[in-house]
Design a protein around this ligand. Structure first.
Ligand code: EPU
Length: 340
């Protein structure tokens, strides 16, 4: 059985605004519809399209997850357990939890995309990763034609990584996440160690010893993001285009000896995460364009489509940036969004 409608334009469905069409397209607004979405050949599960590089037309079925819903599942003495449908807009969901008086996700305000895509790459920002507030999720396995649930350990979360990426399920469309449950501890503690957020709170006159409210942190994060990151509705982009590279301690020490300003973040495993944005800026690519694709002038880690770009333009700028950073620092940058 072939599901969905034929020949759909994917341009409006990817925030980098690259051209491409889906041979078939199915918008799913209830988990029960997934059983009919076999598609026959290739399949891709689409959320907000904000972490995606379209490499052209897609010959298979695009399953667009638009499942709504948000509710308090239960609460105990220690936490609220809040469930959201995978198609919910991430930012709107975060703001809703705050309005209900269930804090914990405020640092992740204004991240584009959907609730269902958030666990795939373990979204993170300003000192918090989704994994720290995640409880479990429900997903549909297209091969087994069955739902399954995965808890936090089962998701094997790491920096911008999860079970779904490790198993390649996000690439081959094997699995569609349908709902996510968050565990929001009642013993709330502000996470505002990140310099940009602390600076913003200070500028707003909200400084220690008075602890900021969850709402104040959300507002500070929103202000920082608006200042540094381009709004995809105005300047098409897919967020950070490269991972922050994680290198061995010795390699980081050697680089730091030559470049004392290099931002370094020691990791629990002894390795060191480097700031790709800094490397790109120092390699001369901040605010620099090659044709219609460049690196954003206020955050060099964000690749932007200045208008009318094709995937060839993206690949050219991407390769030039990788080559410049490799040449100057000997560091390899890997692409962060999914190439479809
Ligand atoms: N930096 C520069 N020049 C730049 C950009 C950054 O020197 O053009 C320096 C900054 O001054 C800072 C360091 O690099 O010392 C880190 O920069 P920033 O705090 O802006 O964060 P990032 O490491 O570039 C990561 C995430 C972002 C997330 C921010 C805030 C990745 C790949 N990116 O960026 O996530 O919003 O931290 O926590 O980990 C995304 O994944 O799409 C994304 C936007």
């Amino acid at each position: 059985m072939s599901a969905g409608v034929p020949d759909v334009d994917l341009g409006p469905l990817n925030t980098l605004a690259l051209p491409g069409r889906a041979a078939r397209y199915l918008r799913v607004t209830a988990a029960g519809q997934l059983a009919g979405a076999d598609g026959g050949s290739r399949r891709f599960v689409l959320g907000g399209g904000s972490n995606l590089v379209l490499t052209g037309d897609f010959a298979g079925l695009v399953v667009h997850i638009a499942i709504p819903g948000r509710r308090l599942l239960r609460e105990d003495a220690d936490a609220w357990y809040v469930e959201a449908g995978a198609g919910e807009n991430w930012h709107d969901f975060v703001q809703w939890t705050l309005a209900q008086g269930w804090p914990g996700l405020e640092n992740l305000s204004l991240i584009p995309g959907t609730v269902g895509a958030a666990p795939v790459q373990n979204i993170g920002a300003y000192g918090l990763e989704l994994a720290e507030r995640f409880h479990s999720l429900t997903a549909w396995d297209f091969e087994k034609q069955a739902f399954f649930t995965v808890d936090r350990d089962g998701c094997r979360f790491a920096y911008r990584d999860s079970l779904f990426k490790q198993e390649g399920w996000h690439r081959d469309g094997r699995v569609a996440i349908t709902a996510v449950v968050f565990r929001l501890p009642k013993a709330w503690r502000p996470v505002c160690g990140y310099a940009d957020v602390a600076g913003e709170l200070g500028a707003q006159g909200i400084a220690s010893p008075t602890p900021p409210t969850p709402r104040a942190i959300a507002d500070a994060v929103i202000a920082v993001r608006r200042r540094k990151l381009p709004d995809p509705a105005v300047i098409p982009n897919a967020g950070s285009f490269f991972h922050n590279p994680v290198v061995e301690r010795g390699a980081a020490d050697a680089l730091r000896a030559r470049h004392p300003q290099l931002p370094c973040y020691p990791q629990p495993d002894g390795r060191v995460k480097l700031a790709a944005g800094w490397l790109i800026e120092q390699a001369g690519w901040k605010g620099k364009d090659l044709g219609p694709v460049g690196m954003y002038e206020r955050q060099a880690l964000v690749l932007v489509n200045r208008g009318g770009a094709t995937v060839a333009d993206v690949r050219r700028t991407m390769a030039a940036v990788q080559a410049a950073v490799r040449e100057k620092f000997g560091v390899a940058l890997t692409v962060e969004p999914i190439l479809l």
